[in-house]
Every structure is written in C-alpha cells, then in structure tokens.
Ligand binder design. Structure first.
Ligand code: GDP
Ligand code: MN
Ligand code: MN
Length: 254
C-alpha cells in the first residue's frame, strides 16, 4: 500500500476575499479522490477573520483571566465571545467554541498573521470546507474531499499535532466495531479518527513556522463520501465525556 502527500507550491500570503479553490487548481493537478488539506489559518484569512485585540473592549471576566495569564484583555475577550463554555481558565484557557470544538483559546492565533493582528478559526469550518471543495470540483471537474486543519495540543502529552476542524465529503471516524482482528476476534470499541490522522500527516509537510505551505494534497486513500459528513461526528456527546465532567467539577470546587 502507498499514500502520497505533497504540498501545493506558490501559495501567496492570503488576504481577505482571496479565492483558495482557484489558487489550488492553478498550482496543482487535482485527481479524483484527492484529499485536499488546508490550514485553517488561511481559510480564516480569506474569510477576513483577522482582528486587532485592542479594538475589543474587555469585560470583567476577560480582565481577570487576562491578568492571570499576563495576556491582552481584548484577546481574552475575543476567546470568551467565541466560546459556549470555559472548561478551564488557568493555567490553560480551555474552551468549547460555539461550533463544539474544544481547544485552547478558541483557536485564536497570532502566528503567521500580520503584526498586531490575531486570526480566528473559520466561523463554520465544515461550511468553509464545503465551499472550497465544491469550487475545486467545479473548476477541476474532479471529485475531492477537503479537510480544514488546525494545530492543537493533546491531553496527557507534550507536543501539538495537526487535527481536523472542518470537513467536506469525508467522515472523520472509521468504525472498526464488528470487524475481525488477525485471530478472528470481534473488535468491540475501536473507532479510528481518520480525519485527525490525515491532518497530522499533512501537518508534517506544513510545519508551524515560515514554511509557507498551508495546503497539502493526500492521494491514495479514497475516503470520499456523501455530502452529509461533518467534523461534529467526532465530538463526543457531553453525557459520555468524562474529562469534561472532571473539568466542570474542578471549576465548581475552586
Ligand atoms: P494553523 O495550523 O492553521 O494555525 O496554521 P499555521 O500558522 O501553523 O501555518 C501552517 C502552514 O501554513 C505553515 O507552513 C505556514 O507558513 C503556512 N501559512 C500560514 N499562512 C500562510 C499564508 O497566508 N500564505 C502561505 N503561503 N502560507 C501560509
Ligand atoms: Mn492555529
Ligand atoms: Mn499549525
């Protein structure tokens, strides 16, 4: 078996209203079943989601958290504005975004964006992935999947990795339950987080710094599915989430 992963060359610094689908099609020969992996940073930039923290007026909670973190109060207010729940506020500011993604500081990021500016995640990353995916299909005439990624930490481990935050025509989880192992035993719980694995693989080529490679094409794993795919398929329901329950307990007992 073999998988190919390669960068799209000649991607410019992305500005508001840039057409990412055209940039991809102008600089790569797309094939059927390609998985186009795109860093959320450039999706958000094209959607105009850059802002200056000093333009945001911080409320009481933001001022308190900002003081603890020695952070810009406008930045913290922006995080709170994009969150439906704060799961921890110190020593990490861990939130669930309005979109259901649990991450540090709502994914708001100051790297690879102009000095003085921050960049948000896309507001609805599945919708962004679908818009770009359909445009690529229109231009190229090929059938593709899209994964929009961000860099996130993991609980228990040092080091960040690429993860999926938005999807078009690829289910995020592959279910192995009911399949057999090498010895004929039934697999009972294994679900493979394929979208995060693809994001991690692509992130190896993107890197995190000044590489200038926000788009990677993964070829050789056909996972294209119906249009109903959503990143939310992999968000564990609240009632089954032991870690969230534990974090809520900690906050109540502070
Ligand atoms: P994130 O993981 O979505 O937060 O994005 P990163 O900031 O880690 O950037 C991922 C890759 O995209 C790195 O190779 C960056 O150099 C690159 N990158 C970020 N913004 C741009 C841009 O506007 N143009 C180009 N060409 N590369 C960018
Ligand atoms: Mn990021
Ligand atoms: Mn990154």
């Amino acid at each position: 078996m073999k998988i190919e992963a390669f960068t799209v060359e000649n991607v410019p610094l992305i500005k508001e209203r840039d057409d990412i689908a055209s940039i991809i099609c102008n600089n790569a020969d797309i094939m059927d079943n390609d998985i186009i992996v795109i860093a959320s940073t450039i999706v958000a930039k094209a959607e105009g989601r850059m802002f200056r923290p000093e333009d945001i007026k911080a409320g009481e909670e933001a001022l308190r958290i900002a003081a603890e973190h020695n952070a810009d109060p406008g930045f913290i207010q922006a995080v709170l504005d994009r969150s439906r729940e704060v799961l921890a506020d110190f020593p990490i500011l861990l939130v669930e975004t309005k979109n259901g993604h649990v991450c540090i500081k709502a994914g708001i990021d100051g790297s690879n964006v102009e000095k003085g500016y921050l960049v948000d995640l896309p507001e609805d990353p599945d919708a962004s992935a679908a818009t770009i995916g359909k445009a690529i299909e229109d231009i190229s005439g090929k059938k593709v999947s899209v994964v929009v990624t961000d860099t996130n930490g993991r609980a228990f481990k040092i080091g960040q990795t690429g993860i999926a935050v938005g999807l078009y025509r690829i289910h995020p989880v592959k279910n192995w339950i009911g399949k057999k192992d090498l010895f004929g035993k039934n697999l009972e719980i294994t679900e493979e987080a394929v979208a995060d694995e693809i994001a991690g693989a692509a992130n190896l080529l993107m890197g995190e710094g000044d590489g200038g490679y926000p788009i990677v094409i993964i070829r050789g794993i056909g996972m294209r599915c119906d249009e109903d795919a959503s990143v939310k398929e992999m968000y564990r329901p609240d009632r089954e989430d032991l870690i969230k329950k534990g974090l809520r307990c900690l906050r109540q007992n502070r």
